[in-house]
Ligand binder design. Structure first.
Ligand code: SF4
Ligand code: SF4
Length: 308
């Protein structure tokens, strides 16, 4: 499989750093979102995380039509549509950010910034008091954080060196040799399992799940703390067959905890802002009792199940 190399690890692509996060591991945390992912999940709530390179996001509802972006774009990537609306030619856009600076309405932002390890660690360090008081720490998420392995490794070393509890939120699609080295500096793994069937997994994410399932077994085998996280999607991965396969797989490995993340549509608008299609289409949100019934089935396998 392809593994992205990220130079010497001193810097890497980050698209967000979220402070005071309470859903990405224990206690109060800072979550660092790294750009780039080997998967293309149809429901991804952070589509701007998938490409490794920076991208322009355009918020049409903020746009006042002043056309300043049109004047400053030297790449011909901002155009006028047939109705006089602002259109972006994504093939021509270099995400240079010139139009972002020119736009006085905050209708444009660049997602993805090259940041150094020292810079990121210094942001994480700002909330060290909260981590201490809440048994929190730092979580590396994405995208897929292991997609920039050298950068992630240095970030983890830097954070552990300061005594912070570290979580890795991963889709698990990484060569074991790479993951093994990274895990040395990880206190808790939040491991996403999206579908138990390899073919279905491939249709939904672009890759099959064999490497992912192998990596779960290897992580458990090395005695690392792990929580399985399942994005639960109606009509996609909530069938009795898949839930039972998930329960069997997880409990056979003596994994204790599994978190359910019910589907929501909060990320859908972002697809428009990026100029890409939302492949999942019209999937309804879950009713509370439907999620509770999945929880009950999984709890029957002896798992501690949380709805996040
Ligand atoms: S980011 Fe740069 S290339 Fe893209 S539309 Fe704006 S000015 Fe043009
Ligand atoms: S500069 Fe901003 S507000 Fe003006 S037309 Fe461009 S996107 Fe719209």
């Amino acid at each position: 499989m392809e593994q992205v190399s990220d130079q010497d690890g001193k810097s890497g692509w980050v698209f967000n750093i979220q402070r005071y996060s309470i859903q990405d591991g224990p206690g109060i945390r800072t979550t660092v979102f790294l750009k780039g992912c080997p998967l293309t999940c149809h429901w991804c709530s952070n589509p701007e995380s998938q490409a490794l390179h920076p991208e322009l996001l355009y918020f049409d509802t903020q746009c006042t039509g002043c056309r300043k972006c049109l004047e400053v774009c030297l790449n011909g990537a901002t155009l006028l549509g047939s109705d006089g609306e602002i259109v972006i030619d994504r093939k021509l856009c270099k995400a240079c950010g010139v139009c972002v600076d020119a736009c006085l309405s905050d209708a444009r932002i660049i997602s993805g910034e090259l940041r150094t390890v020292d810079d990121v660690v210094s942001v994480v360090e700002k909330d060290s008091l909260f981590y201490r008081n809440s048994n929190g720490g730092v979580t590396f998420s994405g995208g897929e954080p292991t997609y920039q392995p050298a950068f992630l490794l240095e970030l983890l070393k830097g954070c552990q060196g300061k005594g912070f509890h570290t979580c890795l939120d991963t889709c698990g699609y990484t060569q074991w040799s790479v993951l093994e080295e990274i895990l040395e500096y990880v206190d808790l793994v939040l491991f996403d399992l999206k579908h138990m069937d390899p073919e279905r997994h491939k249709k939904l994410t672009g890759v099959d799940n064999r490497l992912i399932l192998d990596n779960v077994e290897q992580i458990v085998g090395m005695g690392k703390k792990i929580i399985i996280r399942v994005p639960l999607l109606p009509g996609v991965n909530d069938s009795a067959g898949n839930i039972n396969a998930l329960g069997n797989f997880t409990s056979n490995l003596s994994i204790k905890r599994l978190d359910l993340l019910p589907y929501h549509r909060l990320g859908v608008k972002k697809y428009e802002r990026l100029g890409v299609d939302y492949k999942l289409g019209e999937v309804p949100s879950f009713k509370k009792e439907e999620v509770e019934s999945v929880k009950k089935i999984l709890a029957g396998f002896g798992l501690e199940v949380e709805i996040v």
